[in-house]
Design a protein around this ligand. Structure first.
Ligand code: MOS
Length: 744
């Protein structure tokens, strides 16, 4: 039996998904289910002066209209609302808690009715009067008032602590023979997952609730609901077996879950609340980021100074931020570096994680600046990266557990044909198009988190592997099954995976690209425990051929427990269990990251982009992308490629299409829908090639896995911007690069 791990196994949940058998949070149903429709504010800041429920209540089929005035009890201290991903500083948003309006389109009422249509119609009849207050939603108006970030206390946020400065960057910058300094801007962007946020709360009676909830972390939501509503963990079960995209928007519990539970508790009925597409813009977003980068270099193309100053946005009530600037000093050899990061507080919801938070935006600025420095140095942009290459994490002066970025550059450049590039901007043409080639480097953490896995092996040769983690669409079900099948020596079809259920063994939210590495190594530990138990039983069998076997000398393969070596002795697993009189073996193991602290752990990539720009019209097409990725051992080449492909598409969107537009006269998002918020469509996506370079890593974890949900987007926007510059000779430093900016 060939190993499943590392091969292109199709998704084990693929049939369920394409046939509709896979159920999402708002597709679970029970008899007598009620439907809630959310009513949102029309002002960005102030107080609710009056809510008139009467017209809505008169509609036949309406059961109730819940507001801050008539809702059931919710916790009244801030701490109760702090989920695992809540920022250290601030007080989380509480829906329907009081009369305060903190952002436009904030939920102010929930209309509950017998059908979703009636609920939605009645919601339109609600009249709400406000006392307005002055507000600010424009980051440029607030940038001078931005305050330095305070390092977070939350241990999960250790990776977000800004790195220490080194050397004397200002002096080095002043004396550098070649300098580049510029400001780069990334606007607010929204996640826009296909699946709308939804919760189906099943009122089980005897005080128990089952909450089908769209989330990246069922146990995070369970803990949160328990503390908000004063319920016991055994009384709230949160389920999220499938998820139609999260990208970080589902890391924190969203307000529709609170509203659905509020209504279920008030009415003692089962209730479903689903957001509309426009209401999805009342959740978190990628924070807008103003970045100033200065690079100082020697004429030979080595870096001597880096300074990176960032302003990002958050709400007035919570300080959300990530480590946006430290990527600059990490990546390249440079003796002098410093960072600053300030937060602009706006009357908007709290910003949040969005695919590769901080690196997607921070590395965009760095890699654009590096391209501009290469131009100033009259050096090929790839050659500049090679001259600045570092074998050590420059921020902490540690070696990497592995870093095959050199190979990414080499294989990526070769696949792209980079050596045929004419360095001169506007030098490559094809009909009415200017053709540009740009490149950039990508980098992201290789994280691991404590996680528990339970395996139950039954005498019929079937194993159930369970963990409370999520599969947010990345392929977690599949890689879990692959690793378990190989370690247990069973066919893939004999493995069933259970996840997305708060009653299963402990797992943190699925995010940060840490799930594959964490859960796969926990499966190894649990499978080893199963093997050890089988060996213990085998040794007790009369005339056992494994009487002297030590755990490390035996492995499970082809349904047998066998010694490893040239003359294997073996016994069938079924036989061991039959003779021992056991019909199931259950083992649960918790693994914690025991990554060697003396080494730094990162994934890397090299992105090469061809952009064609219509000379008169400024229309941009990204016609070719090569993304060469070093992410340790690849568990599944098919799902891994899909992750990188999707990330590249998003990077194209970040470069050319995406921006959440706010009309600051009203403090309101004006493109809160799929017609006006532009994302790449089929016509925007051409040839994308994904390469995984070989990157053995003997120390990061037993399987050598790093994870790759997010690395694929890093560097893409910069590579596109650099290609557009190469095509046109015009540098656009605020995203997205639209034709009006090119023609201006
Ligand atoms: Mo990811 S932004 O950690 O879901």
């Amino acid at each position: 039996m060939a190993p499943y791990t590392g091969s292109a196994v199709s998704r084990v949940d693929g049939f369920a998904k394409v046939t509709g058998a896979a159920k999402y949070a708002a597709e679970f149903s029970v008899p007598g289910l009620l439907y809630g429709s959310v009513v949102t504010s029309t002002v960005p800041k102030g107080r609710i002066a009056r809510i008139d429920r009467s017209a809505a209540m008169r509609v036949r089929g309406v059961i109730d209209v819940l507001t801050h005035e008539n809702r059931p009890h919710m916790a009244d201290n801030d701490q109760a609302y702090k989920d695992d991903l809540a920022p250290t500083a601030g007080s989380p948003f509480r829906p329907l808690y009081d009369d305060r309006i903190l952002f436009n389109s904030q939920p102010v009422a929930l209309v509950v009715a017998e059908t979703s249509e009636v609920a939605r119609f009645a919601a339109s009849l609600l009249t709400v009067e406000y006392e307005r207050e002055p507000y600010v939603t424009d980051v440029f108006r607030q940038r001078d008032a931005a305050v330095p970030v305070k390092p977070p206390a939350n241990p999960i946020d250790a990776v977000f602590t800004p790195p220490k400065p080194r050397g004397a960057p200002e002096q080095a910058l002043a004396s550098a023979p070649v300098r580049h300094e510029a400001e780069y801007y990334v606007p607010i962007e929204h996640h826009n997952p296909m699946e709308l946020y939804g919760s189906t709360v099943v009122f089980e009676g005897n005080g128990k609730l089952t909450v089908y909830n769209k989330t990246q972390g069922v146990q995070n939501v369970q803990k949160y609901l328990c503390s908000v509503f004063g319920m016991k963990p055994e009384d709230v079960r949160v389920m999220s077996p499938f998820m139609g995209g999260g990208f970080g928007s589902g890391l924190r519990p969203q307000f529709e879950a609170v509203l659905a539970v509020l209504a279920a508790r008030a009415l003692q009925r089962s209730v479903r609340v689903t957001l509309t597409r426009p209401q999805m813009y009342s959740l978190g977003y990628r924070p807008a980021m103003i970045q100033r980068i200065a690079l100082g270099a020697n004429a030979g193309g080595t870096l001597d100074a880096i300074t990176h100053d960032a302003v990002t946005v958050t709400s007035q009530y919570e300080d959300f931020f990530r480590q946006e600037t430290g990527w600059s000093g990490l990546l390249y050899k440079c003796g002098n570096a410093r960072y600053s990061h300030r937060l602009a507080h706006l009357d908007l919801p709290t910003s949040c994680d969005m695919r590769c938070p901080s690196a997607a935006t921070g590395v965009y600025a760095l890699e654009s600046a590096m391209d501009e420095l290469a131009v100033a140095l009259k050096l090929d942009p790839l050659e500049l990266r090679l001259r600045c290459y570092s074998d050590r994490d420059q921020n902490t002066d540690r070696p990497f557990s592995s870093k095959a970025l050199h190979e990414c550059y080499r294989q990526g450049a070769q696949a792209f044909g980079w050596d045929k590039r004419n360095p001169e901007p506007r030098s490559q043409r094809e009909g009415s198009d200017l053709v540009g080639w740009g490149m950039a480097t990508g980098v992201w953490d290789a994280l691991q988190v404590p996680i528990a896995v339970r395996i139950v092996l039954t005498a019929n040769g079937h194993a159930e592997v369970s963990c409370a983690t999520s599969d947010i669409g990345t392929g977690t079900y599949t890689i879990m099954a692959q690793v378990a099948a190989d370690k247990l020596g069973l066919p893939l079809d004999n493995i069933s995976i259970k996840l997305g259920d708060s009653t299963l063994p402990q797992a943190p939210v699925e995010g940060g690209s840490w799930t594959a590495a964490s859960v796969s190594n926990a499966i190894v530990a649990a499978a080893d425990a199963i093997r050890d138990e089988l060996l213990r039983l085998a040794k007790q069998m009369p005339n056992s051929s494994l009487a002297n076997g030590a755990p490390d000398d035996v492995a499970l393969a082809d349904g047998k427990l066998a010694t490893v070596g040239s003359a294997p002795r073996s016994v069938s697993i079924a036989e061991v269990m039959r003779q021992s009189g056991v019909d199931r073996i259950e083992q649960e193991k918790t693994t914690s990251p025991d990554q060697d602290a003396a080494r730094a752990h990162y994934t890397h990539s090299a992105v090469f982009v061809e952009a064609k720009v219509h000379e008169q019209l400024g229309v941009i097409r990204v016609t070719r992308v090569v993304n060469a990725v070093a992410a340790g051992r690849i568990l599944n080449t098919k799902t891994a490629s899909s992750q990188i492909l999707g990330s590249v598409v998003w990077g194209i969107g970040m470069a050319l299409h995406e921006a959440t537009l706010i009309d600051h006269r009203f403090g309101r998002i004006v493109n809160a829908n799929f017609a006006d918020y532009h994302v790449p469509v089929n016509a925007d996506v051409h040839d994308i090639k994904v390469i995984f370079v070989d990157e053995p890593d003997a120390t990061i974890n037993p399987l050598g896995v790093k994870g790759l949900g997010e690395i694929g987007i890093v560097g893409v926007a910069a590579a596109v911007a650099n290609a557009v510059y190469h095509a046109t000779g015009k540098r656009v430093r605020d995203l997205p690069i639209t034709l009006d900016k090119l023609l201006a």
